[in-house]
Design a protein around this ligand. Structure first.
Ligand SMILES: [Zn+2]
Length: 113
């Protein structure tokens, strides 16, 4: 399951970081997820809770921040917002679109004690 492996990864990263800072507990984590990343947010929340069990992140709250999709037309250089991979350029209708934002997934911040 895709979301489960992401959740395990996130827990792994944040617990390592918290340990490096001699923290005892992770209270909160903010994740940025692009709308084109193909992640089911509800499923990820559920998996995150499961992945946190018996770690220092147990009961940590995860906040997901949606990052909107943005594309750049390779023909006319216009940038525009997109919410699917198959969006044509609204300016010249070209499908030569480079996705410049919306596929990322990163940890923005963590709150530790
Ligand atoms: Zn264009």
């Amino acid at each position: 399951m895709h979301e489960m492996s992401i959740a395990i990864n996130v827990v792994d990263i944040i617990t390592k970081q918290a340990q490096a800072e001699n923290a005892k507990k992770i209270n909160e984590v903010d994740l940025e997820i692009g709308v084109l990343a193909g992640v089911m947010v509800e499923s990820l929340q559920f998996c995150f809770e499961a992945a946190c069990k018996d770690t220092m992140a147990e009961d940590a709250k995860m906040t997901i921040i949606d990052v909107p999709g943005k594309g750049k037309c390779l023909d006319c250089n216009k940038t525009f917002s997109i919410d699917t991979y198959l969006a044509p350029c609204p300016n010249c209708q070209s499908f030569s679109v480079d996705i410049i934002q919306g596929r990322e997934m990163k940890i923005r911040s963590i709150n530790i004690d």
